[in-house]
Structures are given as C-alpha cells and as structure tokens.
Design a protein around this ligand. Sequence first.
Ligand SMILES: Cc1cc2nc3c(=O)[nH]c(=O)nc-3n(C[C@H](O)[C@H](O)[C@H](O)COP(=O)(O)OP(=O)(O)OC[C@H]3O[C@@H](n4cnc5c(N)ncnc54)[C@H](O)[C@@H]3O)c2cc1C
Length: 263
Amino acid sequence: MLNEEQIAAKATRQAITKLTWWNDRLLTFTTTRPPEYSFAAGQYARLGLADAHGVIWRAYSMTSSPQQKDELEFYGIIVEGGLFTSRLKALKVHDPIYLDKQCFGFMTPDRFSDGEDLWMMSTGTGIGPYISMLRDPYVWTRFRHLVLLHCVRHVDEFAFDRELQSLQLQPPVPSSAQLRVIRAVTREEPPSDGKVLHGRLTSLLQSGQLEAAAGLPFSDAQTRVMMCGNPEMIEDMRRLLHERGMRPVRRALPGHFVTENYW
Ligand SMILES: Cc1cc2nc3c(=O)[nH]c(=O)nc-3n(C[C@H](O)[C@H](O)[C@H](O)COP(=O)(O)OP(=O)(O)OC[C@H]3O[C@@H](n4cnc5c(N)ncnc54)[C@H](O)[C@@H]3O)c2cc1C
C-alpha cells in the first residue's frame, strides 16, 4: 500500500461531480478534471478509492472527449464482491477520488495508418472508449464509415443510445462519415422489432449478420477493427480476423486491429 506522500507524488485528488445510474449495476460517473490532465480518446485513467485499509486502484476508460476540460466521465459496472466497485457503488457527489497523473493505453484510432471503415467492437462497459472517440472530432474526419458494435447479456444493459442517435444526425464536426450502431444481446431474446441482433459478436461475424447489418463488407483494404471489453470475445475475434488474413497493428507495422482487454 502506498503512503500519503507516495500517493501525492503519483496522483491528484479529485471529486465526484455526478453519478447517473442506468440500472442497478451500470453507472456513468464524472469527476473534476485537473487542467494539466491530458489524454487522447480511447485511453484510460487509473482511479483510486480509499477506505480505512488504503487505496485500491483500477483502470477506467474515459468516456468524455478530450475537449471537455472541466470534467472526466467514466462508465462502469458494479462487479459483485469487487474490491473497487464495492467502494464505487457507495460513492456520492463531492466524495474524493484519486486520479493517476498519467493516462494510459494504446487503443486509439490514430494507430491505423490506412483504411476507411472503423469497426468499434465492444462487450458491456467496453463501449466506453468509443463514446469518447465519437464525441471527439478525429474519427469523423479520418474515416468514411463508423460502425459501433455493442454486445451485452440483457437488453437493459444498453447505454448511451439517445446520445448515439443524436451523434448520427449531428456529429461533433461537420462530416460526411456515417455512423451505424449495431446492438446484440446474448442471454435473452431481443425485442421483436428486429433492431437488436441475437448472439455473440463472433458468431454474428461468422454468419455474415454483422456485415449485413452494417451494410459493409469486411475487407483487407478498408476494414480497421478495435475490440474492447471481455478478453474471451477479443481472443475469439482475433482468431477469426487472423483467418481472414488480418493482423494486429504493431508499433512499426501497419495492421488491421487493436485491442483492449478489461480483465
Ligand atoms: C485498460 C482497462 C480499462 C478498463 N476500463 C473500464 C471501464 O471503463 N469501466 C469498467 O467498468 N471497468 C473497466 N475496467 C475494469 C476495471 O478496471 C475493474 O477491473 C473493475 O472495475 C472491477 O474491479 P473490482 O476491484 O471491483 O473487481 P475485482 O475484485 O478486481 O474483480 C475482477 C473481476 O471482475 C470482472 N470484471 C472486471 N471488470 C469488468 C467489467 N468492466 N465488466 C464485467 N466484468 C468485469 C472480471 O470477472 C474480473 O476478473 C478496465 C480494465 C482495464 C484493464
């Protein structure tokens, strides 16, 4: 455990400014943002919550855009028995939260040197970094097609739908890029209106349903993929992409996909 002096050297003390619950497990929370804290959309922070036993640190992707200077926003799930999230669940506005001075992560859209179609695949809270990217002008000017895929277990776990609808009509910068949002559920039948797919992203890619829903083919030349969330989904999807001749972006080599495992 770090002592107070060590914590002050590595982190700043911020305050919770808002907590919005989507259901009894999922929440958006915002904190104050120090003026010197800088990040790129897609990156994550390390947050610390203290109690009598010390501070517990966990990684959280920013959902706010880098342009939003006064606050940082995060999207989280309460994990049953989770050390950090048990504390998160009890937080109230004005409560303190530590923010590591550095930001982290390499799942940013500027990793792709070519390609015109950005596929943003997520499970659960893994949608977070894409919300930041879509609130930021960069992807809207860099890509021609933006496809956001969100896979959850139950229908009540979809979030940000209203904001995504308005981003489709009014992006943060004038843009000819089109945003398609594709949702899928795994553990229950989707509503009968046909707007939500049924099954895992990997099965839906294999069956051709993802490409059909996006109205876009997967292609070596144009498709660039980001994957975020459940490590099993990422591992399985990585295998499918390899089978299609796609490869990860490496530091010196261009590629087709980048990933971020949440555990
Ligand atoms: C790079 C990175 C970015 C992350 N960004 C976010 C984020 O934006 N929002 C967020 O809610 N979490 C995020 N996480 C996960 C987060 O850091 C914690 O693991 C999570 O809050 C659980 O912490 P805990 O101490 O309560 O649970 P722990 O006691 O550490 O239990 C961990 C277990 O909880 C489950 N778990 C952890 N995270 C999740 C999750 N997001 N969804 C479902 N099950 C999970 C897994 O089974 C894992 O083994 C991120 C993790 C990484 C590595």
